[in-house]
Design a protein around this ligand. Structure first.
Ligand code: GLN
Length: 486
């Protein structure tokens, strides 16, 4: 097998036995990127030199057996995470020349573990979108059907894993941006509990919702990556002092004694029949593995999209105020006054979706409207949290679709932002409640597009999610399938 096609565990094994070196593995990935990224466009920036230097350092660690499980493993990082000395654009023109002076904590942890950073992968501008079509550097293609979107906003992270252009990647999830592209690209994606993973060095979109997590070829790799990034960080005041278990330890246990809730509201109107069929088949496999299922209800699910599309833009309007041409990135050179400079830099630097969000968010927070919009949305958020509390008094995890439909054709929804917002209906409630959630491949549509099954759990239930995901993966046997790329 070509090294680029490996999982973390395969490659780890081959590196440890000296069958190949980290430099050889990294070279295999860099060549693969050169070969297929012309078609897929998953990467915004590839850094050959730094990647090879990190691989050499990994080889030294491997030689004296001091490397951990990620030592020498080539990874891709969503371009929303700061990387020291490596351009970080957030998919935006406004940060087109921004080279951070420091690493995000997650990146620092991966580097310290000996991982190799191949480069930065595509995303919707400032993580706002569900199709990766809102990116100043082009739209990545779905490796399973290059006429189709790969999902978003972590579209590049999902496409790069699916196309074997990295062994695993990191994404971020504010309203579904890890789980949804993972589902569309047939890879595993996990959004950890809010507070599990440090966001220091993550360019903030909506701070009460954002969370970083892995996208991988299988569930075991997902557990390994999660162990690589989890844990308390004094540099992020929202990071929690929760102990970090070995997430790989209990994967292979069966699901006896586990109760999985099936939320009625996730199987309602607008759900594509092929998605429903694949998800229900996945649920049957979970039952075969020993889980009991119960019907549960999360009655406020339908208000999630409306609440999120007020809360997230409100927070974004504040977070994005820092991009004003003074400290970072693009600055208009023709302005004569400070006011003009702010206005023109932001007008030129931001794309249409980001502008729309800033305007909605500023409006929702303005005095006189605050109670009607932001406060109301926050109250709905509390109701959604209550729904989950109630559901988790009856079950350990929830199983459902991730998205109502498989990936759509590129351009099909470009002039209908509302349709795209509505497609987030099944991932958003999870973020509003700060819960862990995961997408595991569970099938394909007749057209050959991947379909994911979503697992959600109460706070800190990552081990259970991974165990259920692993059981599902074993019983479906889909994780070795690869897209038909030339
Ligand atoms: N699709 C959602 C949005 O556009 C979620 C994005 C995300 O999770 N970053 O806001």
């Amino acid at each position: 097998m070509e090294p680029y096609a490996s999982t973390i565990t395969d490659l780890q094994q081959r590196l440890r036995t000296r069958e190949i070196s980290a430099v050889e593995a990294t070279t295999s990935l860099l060549n693969r990127i050169e070969q297929v990224d012309k078609t897929i466009n998953a990467y915004i920036t590839v850094d050959r030199e730094q990647a090879l230097a990190q691989a050499e350092a990994a080889d030294r660690k491997l030689a004296d057996n001091s490397g951990g499980p990620l030592c020498g493993i080539p990874l891709a990082i969503k371009d929303v995470l700061c990387t020291e000395g490596l351009r970080t654009t957030c998919g935006s023109k406004i940060l087109g020349s921004f080279v951070p002076p420091y690493d995000a904590t997650v990146v620092a942890r991966l580097k310290a573990a000996g991982a190799v950073i191949l480069g930065k992968v595509s995303m919707d501008e400032f993580a706002m979108g569900s199709a990766n079509e809102n990116c100043a550097y082009g739209t990545p293609k779905n490796p399973w059907a290059t006429t189709h979107i790969c999902g978003g906003s972590s579209g590049g992270s999902a496409a790069a894993v699916a196309a074997d252009e990295c062994i695993a990647s990191l994404g971020s999830d504010t309203g579904g941006s890890i789980r949804q592209p993972a589902s569309h690209c047939g890879v595993v994606g996990l959004k950890p509990t809010y507070g599990r993973v440090s966001r220091y060095g993550l360019v903030a979109f909506a701070s009460s919702l954002d969370q970083i997590g892995p996208l991988t070829k299988n569930v075991t790799d997902c557990a390994i990556m999660l162990n690589g990034i989890c844990g308390h960080d004094p540099k992020d005041s929202t990071s929690l002092k929760q102990p970090v278990p070995d997430f790989t330890a209990a994967l292979t246990d069966g699901l006896q004694g586990m109760t999985i809730g099936i939320p009625a509201e996730y199987f309602g109107e607008g759900l594509d029949p092929e998605v429903e069929q694949a998800v229900r088949n996945g649920i049957a496999r979970l039952e075969e593995a020993g889980a009991k299922t119960v019907a549960v209800s999360l009655p406020h699910t339908k208000y999630g999209v409306a609440a999120y599309y007020l809360i997230a833009p409100a927070e974004a309007s504040s977070n994005l105020a820092r991009f004003d041409g003074v400290r970072y990135g693009l600055r208009d050179q023709t302005a004569e006054t400070l006011q003009e400079m702010y206005c023109q830099s932001r007008s030129q630097g931001f794309g249409p979706e980001v502008k729309r969000r800033i305007i909605i968010g500023t409006y929702a927070l303005s005095s006189g409207y605050y109670d009607a919009y932001y406060k109301k949305a926050s109250q709905v958020r509390t109701l959604i949290i209550g729904d989950y509390k109630n559901a988790f008094s009856q079950c350990d995890l929830l199983a459902s679709p991730v998205t109502p439909t498989p990936a759509w054709a590129i351009g099909a929804q470009s002039d209908d932002p509302l349709a795209t917002y509505l497609s987030d209906a099944l991932t958003i409630p999870n973020n509003l409640a700060g819960l862990p959630g995961m997408s595991v491949p569970c099938g394909f549509s007749a057209a050959g597009l991947p379909i994911g099954l979503q697992l959600q759990g109460p706070h800190f239930a990552e081990e259970k999610l991974l165990r259920a995901g692993f059981n599902l993966e074993q019983r479906l046997g889909l994780s070795d399938r690869r897209p038909p790329l030339a």
